[in-house]
Design a protein around this ligand. Structure first.
Ligand code: NAI
Ligand code: MG
Length: 532
């Protein structure tokens, strides 16, 4: 496979004195493949070989410790690159740079219109480099390049374009006030919407570039300065985005990008006393740690966390083929590594067998392989840790009595591939029904009483998303109103747009991403009162 020569090229990247990878660089290129050879563009190979640094105060600098860690290709576990293994000191330098840029830099003097144009340029530059971004994302995360090219990358560009428009539209109000204890006095009162300040952003690995865009777009359009920490599994597209931001003209210190692990760099950012707000996407478990860490200086917190989303199929769903396709896409898109994955399929009894069979049929047909192979439809999971996590859920499910209509195991023995899986015969208490698996695993349950349906659908600590498939528009609206979820998709699933707010009820998070709602979370409101 071409990947082998690619490995030879990139392993000449200078080794660090210490790496933190748990995974030996032992891949032999035998990841499941469908025959077509993946190719890596020469400019990507060259980019991967260049030493990787943090972006701090407009400069590319190594970690203070000089340490690096390995970034692996999850399709074959070969080394892709090495990036700074940053810690508290690096975060501190980045926060200082952000604070300086926030207090005294061209950024503060920039007009909203100029800021908007700058963000628009970022969107344009992402599109200009779309093929490269898609390839990098595929190598780093494992997702099919073709998917990254039509989904992750254009959505990231669109987010910047959308947010560019808001730069000139974040407004306060004029407010008539009465002040009962000052009879006869007159005032002019209004509000200003000001940037929150220095923002720490910690993002996950499932949509690395897109998550960076979701975080940076609203922060920048409202005039904040940022320290961004990408996930340790997938830091590459954020570093490339850093280059794009500089090319677009983002002033030094406005965006700082620091790579590192969660418990070191991430924890230091969440706890930093000079960070005004932290925005996090990831596990609910770490979300709780972020809240605790933020308590030190009571920084503002927004969280986008896990999910166990119900996807409800009624017997009057209409076009059953389209519904089955939709239900399969709801769970298998991005290998199930979506916080909003439709991982609990609730199907009305009379069509249960047919829907399960249909979704299992789709699962069986999915072509598994390295993301760079043209006909790959599902790549590997992102890491060995995720492979272990997902396969442990599968073993536990089996032990608990679940029946796997299809799948249920790892796929192949190299790379982090898992078979798309459909489970039936499940009980509410089973871990595969209750917990977020974050892999291509759906549990299917029949329902017969519509009266119980809503409480069953809501019987989860999460509340991120839900799906409803029916031709009865009244029923669809009634159920949608009763579901405790931040997004409800009716006769569709996984429909995202920069203009639509996204986020969770219950333990799926605090606040919303995207839309104009997110701007609230990146601004402070200042009330100004003038005695006349
Ligand atoms: P994680 O929550 O540990 O990692 C997400 C981000 O948080 C990464 O950038 C990581 O470096 C950082 N982080 C980790 N520990 C931290 C700490 N103590 N302080 C500050 N930052 C920290 O998620 P992980 O371990 O990669 O995945 C575990 C599970 O989390 C997945 O199986 C999935 O269920 C869930 N998850 C949910 C995501 C979502 O989109 N809501 C995304 C990724 C994971
Ligand atoms: Mg973790």
């Amino acid at each position: 496979m071409k990947t082998t020569s690619f490995r030879r090229q990139v392993t000449s990247v200078r080794a660090s004195s210490r790496t933190r990878s748990q995974v030996p660089l032992h891949g032999n290129g035998n990841a499941p493949s469908n025959g077509k050879k993946p190719g890596v563009r020469p400019q990507i190979t060259a980019w991967l070989k260049r030493p990787k640094h943090n972006l701090i105060a407009g400069q590319w600098v190594p970690a203070c410790s000089g340490k690096l860690f390995d970034v692996l290709n999850p399709a074959d576990t070969f080394l892709l690159s090495r990036v700074p293994d940053s810690g508290r000191e690096d975060i501190d330098r980045a926060v200082k740079a952000a604070r300086k840029a926030f207090e005294s830099s061209p950024w503060r003097r920039m007009t909203p219109s100029e800021r908007g144009k700058l963000l628009w340029r970022v969107g344009d530059l992402i599109l200009k480099n779309a093929d490269e971004f898609a390839e990098l994302e595929s190598l780093d995360n494992g997702k099919p390049r073709a998917v990254a090219r039509v989904a992750d990358v254009p959505l990231a560009a669109d987010l910047f374009h959308y947010m560019a428009g808001w730069a000139t539209k974040v407004e306060g109000n004029t407010i008539p006030i009465s002040v009962p204890y000052a009879p006869g006095a007159r005032f002019h009162a209004f509000t200003l919407r000001e940037p929150a300040g220095v923002v720490g952003q910690i993002i996950p690995w499932n949509f690395p570039l897109l998550m960076a865009a979701w975080k940076l777009g609203p922060a920048l359009t409202t005039g904040n300065c940022v320290v961004l920490k990408p996930a340790e599994q997938t830091p590459l597209s954020a570093l490339r985005l850093g280059e794009i931001l500089l090319e677009a003209g983002v002033p030094e210190g406005v965006v700082n990008i620091v790579t590192g692990f969660g418990e070191t760099a991430g924890a230091a950012l969440a706890a930093h006393p000079d960070v005004d707000k932290v925005a996090f996407t990831g596990s609910t478990e770490v979300g709780r740690l972020i809240v605790r860490a933020a308590g030190g200086n009571l920084k503002k917190v927004t969280l986008e966390l896990g999910g166990k989303s119900p996807n409800i199929v009624f017997k009057d769903a209409g076009d059953l083929e389209a519904t089955i396709r939709g239900a399969a896409n709801a769970i298998f898109f991005n290998h199930g590594q979506c916080c909003c994955a439709g991982s609990r399929l609730l199907v009305e009894q009379p069509i249960f067998d047919k829907v399960v069979e249909g979704v299992a049929g789709h699962a069986k047909k999915i072509k598994i392989g390295p993301g760079l192979s043209e006909d790959t439809q599902m790549g590997p999971l992102v890491s060995e840790e995720q492979l272990m996590r997902v396969t442990q859920f599968l073993s536990q499910g089996k032990a608990d009595g679940a029946c796997y209509v299809t799948g249920g195991n790892r796929s192949g023995d190299h790379g982090y591939f898992v078979q798309p899986t459909v489970a039936t015969n499940v009980e509410p208490k089973m871990s595969i029904v209750r917990e977020e698996i974050f892999g291509p695993v759906v549990v299917a349950e029949p329902f017969s009483k519509v009266e119980d349906l809503v409480s069953r659908a809501n019987a989860t600590e999460y509340g991120l998303a839900a799906g409803i498939w029916t031709q009865d528009i009244g029923k669809a609206h009634r159920i949608a109103a009763e579901l405790r979820a931040g997004t409800v998709w009716i006769n569709c699933y996984n429909v995202f747009d920069a203009a639509l707010p996204f986020g969770g009820y219950k333990q799926s998070g605090w606040g919303r991403e995207m839309g104009h709602e997110v701007l609230e979370h990146y601004t402070e409101t200042k009330a100004v009162v003038i005695g006349l």
